[in-house]
Design a protein around this ligand. Sequence first.
Ligand code: PEP
Ligand code: MN
Length: 339
Amino acid sequence: MIVVMKAQATEEEIRTVVRMVEELEYHANVIRGVERTVIACAGEERGPQHSLAHLEAVSGVERVIPVLKPYKLASREVRPEGSVVDVGGVKIGGRAIIVMAGPCAVESAEQVEQAALAVKRAGAHLLRGGAYKPRTSPYSFQGMEAEGLTLLENAGKKVGLPVVTEIMDPHDIDLFVEHADMLQVGARNAQNFSLLRRLGRIRKPVLLKRGMSTRLEEFLMAAEYVLSEGNPNVVLCERGIRTFETATRNTLDLNAVPMLKQMTHLPVIVDPSHGTGIWSLVKPMALASIAAGADGLLIEVHPKPELALSDGPQQLRPDKFEDLMRAIRPVAEAVGRTL
Ligand code: PEP
Ligand code: MN
């Protein structure tokens, strides 16, 4: 259920409703919109919810609406105008298209600095790079781990970009909170519920990537784990799904963009690097993503992709990334966005 407060409801009235919701053993999430506040009531559905419906009689309440979707807090109804997530001052989900870019993996101080300089110069808004890498094989490069986090943080500071990086283990949360501006959950952990719950108890924004075989409803239920623990700062990322097609690494599901936009208020970005696995397909699919309504892009950029320790075939050279940035501007403008 969501309790929609009147536009002129007072703080006292909001507090009273929250208290009444909690007395009914629901968790009250107060969501402050531009015009009005809504209180999303989440909890185990034990019995008839008509007791919440009684709140309509309480002072300051305009309406009580049942949310029929299983993803109560992620549902578009809760915040029809859409959410904006602030990552170190960069706002994802507004009119501006946000681009996060950088190497698949942090490999050395020099490599991550070169990548940071290149993506900053081309106009990226966030630096993204992996320090802890979820590799299919235990014999592949696993990332520089804690040292990589520091190198990424330093490179971001040097060029003036907030940083995004992937967390795999809930035990590392304190370290990540200290060094990163946004924590990525990768496709392989998209339904790691203990990690998601733990990320719900911090305030740092979470970039949740879609699992290779998660349906959109399952994807939103994964986001719901973070939201229901109290962290409202979630951005979704479509990164391709597994299909019968093997010509590309994954099949980038661009249906997901406008579909998610209808289903949820959370910002949605697209990763055409992992979505295609082939550098020459990254630009056309980036353009298509913006045209489909994405709020941003995640692009892998490496100063020398041929020497990359992971995902070499899909990483863009700096000049190709500049070309991509130039090309997306007119598409963004054509769909009423800015870059
Ligand atoms: C990544 O972003 O570097 C990554 C490992 O992607 P995914 O989790 O989408 O495979
Ligand atoms: Mn990668």
